[in-house]
Design a protein around this ligand. Structure first.
Ligand SMILES: Nc1ncnc2c1ncn2[C@@H]1O[C@H](COP(=O)(O)OP(=O)(O)O)[C@@H](O)[C@H]1O
Ligand SMILES: [Mg+2]
Length: 502
């Protein structure tokens, strides 16, 4: 649709200077949002930016401390989501709120008996069928929701929202759990609704979806309104820069940042195990050494040998010129080597514990005074690292499981830094992390290297390897096939050596 019709659309809703605090967190700082009739409006921002909170303030789930909401020309303030819904504003949360043992129809009409007349199953089945027909959905009203796919369940939630004659529909990360086919179906439904003049707020991390589906994009950062862009007139770089508030490292590195006389910190000589075939390399002070290769190249296996996590058949490891005996991860940590596993939840963190507990996990003995944990010191050190590496959390006692992936990753980094590790092995450090948090991890790695820490980075994303590494080791089927200086590296060259069997 052309820009003219876009701006000609009437404004249906304005949120003005919305302010909201939770204990210790200023979640929304005078935040604004303007919605026009019949538009799909993306709300983007890093995890914790305040997107869900803003929508919860709109729909009466949270009460903002300040600010105004103007809807269809008059000021509104809903006490609960039901009130908002009855006024035409519905929200579909990321977590589905359906009852598996009830039918689709029962889920849609649950709780509405109180409006003066009883609804029996045959009436609600008929009404639901009409609703599904209207939305061109192929779902049986009498099917138990528990038997439906996640995608269909999502559609039932949306149908339920629509059944209130919503003129504003909020979809909070609706596609996170959907398959590609289900996403297509959702988009078709959204396009139908848009054609009927329904206004939608669409929260998603997936930039491709946002570029495809939305008319305008509002960017939030740290609880603040940053800007609103017309989708047709913007691009990915502009959106991401607005999200993270700085230019991210999108370009490949052109030269090594390592001093020419930087000493060798770690040396692996002829490492051999079941999966690793005679691997030798050196790592310098302040260096980011990329480990590139395809699945099964032996990169993680090499890292695990250095970290003492797997048995070694033969080979030697030197730290600062001295041979070190590494048979267990404890040996490695003692030698100043930390490992950030690609599977954070299983290996890196105790997700049921707090940030503070995780931060001191690898160095607990340093925090004990006569056998008792020195809480004061724990607090002080944890707070120092939260600040230093910018962990977004309301407090040091926040449980790990409540943090975003990017922030969990940072807690692991804090854990190894507290333990004085000067060699850090990052295994797929940005897998499953959103684009903004990704660039923060990159910045952190660059900062650590600039401070003189040495990093081995395993990554399957060639762009990431080229963006971060000073040198690149290519591996194939357990062997080291090439060491590349960053100047001579490109995706093509890396792929050549990553597929070079010998
Ligand atoms: N119920 C709550 N209690 C305390 N803090 C909260 C609550 N809900 C959200 N927050 C905090 O408010 C900030 C914004 O969160 P949220 O709106 O969920 O962000 P987004 O949806 O953009 O990821 C975060 O720092 C989050 O930890
Ligand atoms: Mg959210």
């Amino acid at each position: 649709m052309s820009e003219n019709t876009q701006s000609a659309r009437p404004v249906v809703l304005q949120m003005i200077d919305i302010d909201k605090r939770f204990q210790g967190v200023h979640a929304l700082k005078k935040c604004n949002l303007e919605l026009r009739k019949g538009e799909v409006h993306a709300l983007v921002g890093e995890n914790g930016a305040g997107k869900s909170t803003l929508m919860k303030c709109l729909t009466g789930i949270h009460k903002p401390e300040e600010g105004r909401i103007v809807y269809n020309g008059k000021e509104v303030s809903y006490k609960n989501p039901k009130e908002a819904q009855e006024d035409g504003i519905s929200i579909v949360h990321q977590e589905l709120n359906l009852m598996n043992h009830l039918t689709a129809a029962q889920n849609i009409f649950i709780g509405r008996e109180s409006k003066g007349f009883m609804l029996n199953d045959s009436i609600i089945n008929q009404k639901t069928q009409e609703l599904f027909d209207h939305l061109k959905l192929n779902i049986s009203p009498t099917e138990k929701v528990g038997n439906l796919t996640v995608g269909k369940q999502q559609m039932v939630e949306i149908s339920k929202a629509i059944s209130f004659d919503s003129s504003v529909l909020i979809l909070d990360e609706p596609t996170a759990a959907l398959t590609e086919t289900e996403i297509r179906e959702l988009f078709r439904t959204m396009n139908d609704l848009r054609a009927r003049g329904v206004t939608m707020v669409y929260i998603s991390h997936r930039m491709d979806e946002i570029m495809e589906m939305t008319d305008r994009i509002t960017v939030m950062r740290d609880g603040e309104y940053i800007t609103t862009l017309n989708t047709k007139e913007t691009n990915l770089d502009e959106i991401i820069n607005a999200m993270v508030g700085r230019t991210i490292y999108a370009e490949p590195k052109t030269h090594s940042n390592v001093a020419p006389d930087a000493p060798v910190v770690l040396e692996a000589k002829n490492l051999v195990s079941k999966d690793v075939k005679d691997v030798s390399f050196q790592l310098h002070k302040g260096e980011i050494l990329g480990l590139a290769g395809l699945m099964g190249a032996g990169r993680t296996e090499t890292a695990r040998l250095i970290f003492g996590a797997d048995p070694r058949t033969s080979g030697e490891i030197y730290k600062n010129g001295q041979q070190v005996t590494i048979r267990t991860p404890q040996d490695a940590v003692k030698a100043g080597i930390g490992y950030l596993s690609e599977d954070r939840k299983r290996f890196g963190l105790a997700i049921g514990l707090s940030i503070a507990d995780n931060t001191i996990l690898a160095a607990a003995e340093d925090f004990c005074k006569m056998g008792v944990i020195d809480e004061q010191k724990v607090r002080q050190v944890t707070e120092e690292y939260i600040k230093k590496i910018n962990i977004k959390t309301p407090s040091i006692s926040q449980l790990i499981r409540n943090l975003s992936g990017g922030n969990q990753q940072k807690v692991i980094i804090a854990k190894w830094l507290v333990r004085n590790c000067d060699v850090l092995i990052f295994d797929e450090p940005t897998r499953g992390i959103d684009v903004g948090a990704k660039s923060e991890i990159y910045k952190l790695m660059n900062d650590l290297a600039a401070e003189g820490k040495s990093i081995i980075m395993i990554s399957s994303e060639l762009e990431e390897v080229l963006r971060m590494s000073d040198r690149i080791i290519c591996m194939c089927e357990g062997r080291l096939t090439k060491v590349l200086d960053i100047q001579e590296a490109s995706q093509e060259v890396i792929m050549k050596y990553a597929t070079m069997r010998n």
